[in-house]
Design a protein around this ligand. Structure first.
Ligand SMILES: Nc1ncnc2c1ncn2[C@@H]1O[C@H](COP(=O)(O)OP(=O)(O)O)[C@@H](O)[C@H]1O
Ligand SMILES: [Mg+2]
Length: 391
């Protein structure tokens, strides 16, 4: 049986809640294809209607969706094989087509090939391409951003969410406590899918009492996170800021380092650098002694510590935050080495050859490691497999 979120997924455009502007833009894009750009990205948090809009729109304009996923893009020949029949169909029987790349930010970070495949597909495609994404601003998607018009979707308001939940309850002939209903509507933070899921779970409990709903932490991109830390008045709650950013803490550190001197000056800059020095100190201890609980301190200095360095005030104004290109490249490169290292370690352990030996014979060993059976035996994780397959 379908869960409620699926069961109540709108089939028609006019059943979609909110998102009027985005829907209008998608429609324009499709009806005027090929226009200035041949692809769009629907950007926004999860559960707000990105996938739904694409499917409902294709029903509305009577076209067909051809869906590509991250793993298709990883492998050029398999993608072309899958695409071929689509692209070569007889024009006479041809229905309009939309190529959908859902959750394009899922193309993994080590998998740069996937992004460039997509970019060249956009350049050659006869059909409109729609991507969806939670976080379009990650570094790895930058070549894609240049090819696409980016359409922002909004979070669904609590009252709109409540409206949908009530409609579902009525339809299912179920009831829950009104206060609980309010709480779900507010605390889902604009994510309608999670609100519907929560409603389904609670209604199955068959209880009428008030159930405490925990707030879903809202995702934040790195630009907003930096603005929050650098410019808002310091508060202890800031320590949770980076939990909401989809980025390893070490990469966040690079962004902070790069942008700090743009916003801070004089004494406050000096104080903030002291905080960064402490971060480095703890980082060293974390790696040397594997004291993972020091991560807490690292995070603390990097968020509240930096913010507090400017005193108890906020900073108004617009600052142009920038991504730390050069250092980031070095960092990503080191990450690559880290992959190679961890794979070599696994290999060495299984074969008793010693890690240094394994690394010195890397050129031979890497071919062995492309074998899926071996990968399984060594328990290589997805990122390690991606890494080795790209060689
Ligand atoms: N704007 C919306 N209007 C109506 N239902 C929605 C909307 N957004 C999300 N939903 C509900 O949440 C579910 C997931 O929506 P979906 O479009 O898949 O979200 P995402 O933005 O993550 O792609 C849908 O099946 C539907 O039940
Ligand atoms: Mg989706």
């Amino acid at each position: 049986m379908k869960n409620w979120a699926e069961k109540y997924r709108p089939k028609k455009i006019n059943e979609i809640v909110g998102q009027k502007e985005a829907i209008e833009k998608v429609k324009n894009f499709l009806l005027n294809f090929p226009g200035k750009k041949k692809a769009i990205i629907l950007n926004g948090l999860s559960g707000i209607g990105k996938t739904t809009i694409v499917h409902a729109m294709s029903n509305e304009i009577n076209s067909e969706i051809f869906e590509l996923n991250a793993s298709d893009l990883r492998n050029k020949s398999s993608m072309n094989l899958r695409l071929k029949p689509v692209l070569e169909q007889q024009p006479l029987f041809e229905k309009n087509k939309i190529i959908l790349v859902d959750e394009v930010d899922g193309i993994s970070g080590t998998d740069r090939g996937g992004v460039s495949e997509l970019v060249s597909l956009i350049e050659s495609s006869k059909y409109p391409i729609i991507c969806t994404s939670n976080d379009t601003w990650t570094q790895k998607l930058s070549p894609l951003r240049k090819k696409c018009e980016i359409i922002e979707l909004k979070e669904i308001s609590p009252s709109e969410i409540k409206g949908v939940l009530k409609m579902i309850l009525e339809n299912e002939k179920k009831e829950i406590n009104p206060e609980t209903l309010n709480q779900i509507s507010i605390k889902s933070n604009g994510d309608l899918r999670s609100a519907i899921n929560e409603l389904e779970t609670i209604s199955e409990l068959g209880k009428k009492e008030i159930i405490e709903i925990y707030e879903k932490p809202k995702k934040m991109d790195i630009f907003h996170a930096m603005k929050h830390i650098f410019q808002d008045q310091a508060e202890v709650e800031m320590t949770s800021t980076f939990d909401r950013v989809d980025m390893p803490i070490d990469e966040i550190l690079l962004w902070i380092e790069e942008n700090l001197p743009k916003v801070y000056s004089g004494v406050e800059l000096f104080k903030a650098y002291e905080q960064l020095a402490k971060v480095d100190l703890f980082k060293g201890r974390i790696y040397r002694q594997q004291y993972w609980r020091f991560l807490v301190y690292e995070n603390f200095f990097l968020s509240f510590g930096i913010s507090e360095s400017k005193g108890k005030k906020d900073k108004k104004g617009f600052y142009k935050y920038k991504k730390p290109e050069r250092i980031l490249k070095i960092w990503l490169n080191n990450q690559k080495h880290a992959k190679k290292n961890s794979i070599a370690e696994k290999f060495a352990k299984k074969t008793h050859v010693g890690k240094r030996k394994a690394l010195s014979q890397w050129n031979e060993i890497k071919y062995i490691l492309k074998n899926p059976k071996i990968q399984k035996q060594l328990k290589m994780d997805e990122e390690e497999i991606n890494y080795i397959m790209k060689y």
